[in-house]
Design a protein around this ligand. Structure first.
Ligand SMILES: Nc1ncnc2c1ncn2[C@@H]1O[C@H](COP(=O)(O)OP(=O)(O)OP(=O)(O)O)[C@@H](O)[C@H]1O
Ligand SMILES: [Mg+2]
Length: 372
C-alpha cells in the first residue's frame, strides 16, 4: 500500500491509555486520530483529534466512524464480534477481526497458540462442572481456573489447592468456559513484542522483564537479563504466532522463563502492551510508533534498545510524594505518563519510566518510595 499522506486519519477503537499513547505516536508521525469509545471522558479523548462516542454495538455509528477513518486499529480485544466485523467491512482493520476474536478468548487463544508450535503451560479447557472436577484431578495441583473471556489484571481467576474445591471455583467464575492450568514454577516473567507489516516484514523488540504482584503488572525493565538462548526461543514463538495469524500489527507474548531456561507462553495480546511502555523512551521506535507505521503503510522503525529502562505502573492512586522522591533520586531521567483516570484500587492510572537503569531492585525501592 502507498503510505498514508500526512494529516490522514488513523482510527482507534477503544478509549484506554493504550489508545492515548497510540494517538501520541500517530501525531509524532504527522497523522490525525479519530477515536471511537463508549466513554466521552476516556484517556484517548485527551489526545484524539476527534472522538466518536457511541456504544460498541451501535453498528451505524461504527460504520460511519470506520468510513471516515479509512484505516482502523484496536487498543483492546474486549470488543463485540460485530464491532470488529463492521470495522473490517467498512475500513482497513488491523489486526484482522479473526486475530482479535481469537485472542479475546483465552481458551481459543491457548488452543491456537499451541497449534502454532508455541509452548504453553499444561492446561485443559473446561466447559462444565464435570470437566472442571476432572481437570483438577488429572492435573498437578495447585491449578488456576481462568475465565475464557473478560478477565484482565488477574481478575476472573481462581486458584485451587484441593481437587474437591474445583467445582466451587469454577462456579465462582460464573460457570462458563475456563482454562485450567498448572502452576508454572517460573524463574522470571518476560515479554517479547513482534511487529509485522502488511507485506510480512518483521521486527522484534528485545525481551522485557516483568514483575507481577496480585495478578497486576508492577514493574518492567529492559534489558531483561534472561539467557540469550531463552530469548531466541521466545522470539521464535513470537515469529510463529505472527506468521500463523497472518498478523498485520503488533503482538506481545507474555512468557515464563523456566528454571532450566525453557520458555512457556502465558498469553498473547495483539495490540500494544503495558510491558512495552518503556519502549517510548528506551527504543528508537516505540511499540506505539510501530503500530502506527504498520497502519499507515510506512516502513517498520528500528526496535533497538538505546538505553536501559525501568517502567513502574502507578496503580490505585497517584502518590505525588513518591513521584517527587523518584525524580529527586533520578533527576531528569523520570518520564511520567498520566492517563487522566479517576483513582480506584487496582486501577492503572499512569506509569513512570526511569531511563538509564534496569536493575533487579526497581528505582522506586532505591528511592525509598512505594511505586509499582
Ligand atoms: N499458571 C500460572 N502459574 C504461575 N503464575 C501464574 C499462572 N497464571 C498466572 N500467573 C501469574 O498471574 C499473572 C497474571 O496472569 P494472566 O496474565 O493469566 O492474567 P490476566 O488477568 O490476563 O493478566 P493481564 O491480562 O493483565 O496480563 C501472571 O503474569 C503470573 O504472574
Ligand atoms: Mg497476563
Amino acid at each position: 500500500m502507498n503510505p498514508l499522506p500526512e494529516g490522514a486519519f488513523i482510527g482507534i477503537i477503544g478509549g484506554g491509555q493504550l489508545g492515548m499513547m497510540l494517538a501520541e505516536a500517530a501525531h509524532r508521525l504527522g497523522y490525525r486520530v479519530l477515536g471511537y469509545s463508549d466513554a466521552a471522558d476516556c484517556p484517548l479523548a485527551r489526545e484524539a483529534d476527534e472522538l466518536v462516542v457511541g456504544a460498541y454495538d451501535d453498528e451505524a455509528r461504527l460504520a460511519g466512524f470506520a468510513r471516515r477513518a479509512g484505516v482502523v486499529t484496536v487498543e483492546t480485544e474486549t470488543l463485540p464480534a460485530r464491532t470488529l466485523e463492521v470495522a473490517a467491512e467498512t475500513a482497513d482493520l488491523l489486526p484482522g477481526a479473526g486475530v482479535v476474536l481469537m485472542t479475546q478468548d483465552r481458551a481459543k487463544q491457548r488452543t491456537f497458540t499451541a497449534g502454532a508450535g508455541v509452548a504453553v503451560p499444561v492446561h485443559r479447557v473446561v466447559t462444565n462442572a464435570g470437566e472442571a472436577a476432572a481437570a483438577a484431578r488429572e492435573l498437578t495441583l495447585p491449578v488456576v481456573f481462568k475465565r475464557a473471556t473478560g478477565g484482565y489484571d488477574g481478575r476472573g481467576q481462581a486458584w485451587v489447592e484441593r481437587a474437591e474445591d474445583a467445582e466451587a471455583a469454577w462456579l465462582s467464575l460464573g460457570g462458563g468456559v475456563c482454562v485450567v492450568e498448572e502452576r508454572v514454577p517460573f524463574a522470571a516473567e518476560f515479554s517479547v513484542i513482534v511487529c509485522r507489516d502488511r507485506g510480512g516484514n518483521l521486527a522484534f523488540f528485545d525481551p522485557i522483564r516483568n514483575v507481577h504482584r496480585g495478578g497486576i503488572l508492577r514493574v518492567s525493565r529492559a534489558p531483561a537479563g534472561i539467557p540469550a538462548e531463552s530469548a531466541k526461543v521466545a522470539r521464535e514463538f513470537a515469529y510463529r504466532f505472527a506468521v500463523a495469524t497472518g498478523l498485520a500489527g503488533i503482538a506481545c507474548l507474555e512468557c515464563y522463563l523456566l528454571p532450566d531456561g525453557g520458555v512457556l507462553v502465558n498469553e498473547v495480546a495483539a495490540r500494544p502492551h503495558n510491558s512495552g511502555h518503556l519502549t517510548i523512551e528506551a527504543c528508537a521506535a516505540s511499540q506505539f510508533e510501530q503500530l502506527v507505521r504498520i497502519a499507515a503503510g510506512l516502513p517498520l522503525g528500528e526496535t533497538t534498545l538505546l538505553q536501559p529502562a525501568t517502567m513502574l505502573n502507578l496503580i490505585g492512586d497517584i502518590d505525588e510524594a513518591a513521584l517527587a522522591g523518584l525524580e529527586a533520586a533520578y533527576p531528569g531521567r523520570c518520564f511520567v505518563h498520566l492517563y487522566g483516570k479517576a483513582p480506584r484500587p487496582g486501577r492503572k492510572l499512569g506509569h513512570v519510566t526511569v531511563v538509564g537503569t534496569a536493575e533487579a531492585e526497581p528505582p522506586a525501592c532505591r528511592a525509598g518510595c512505594e511505586i509499582g
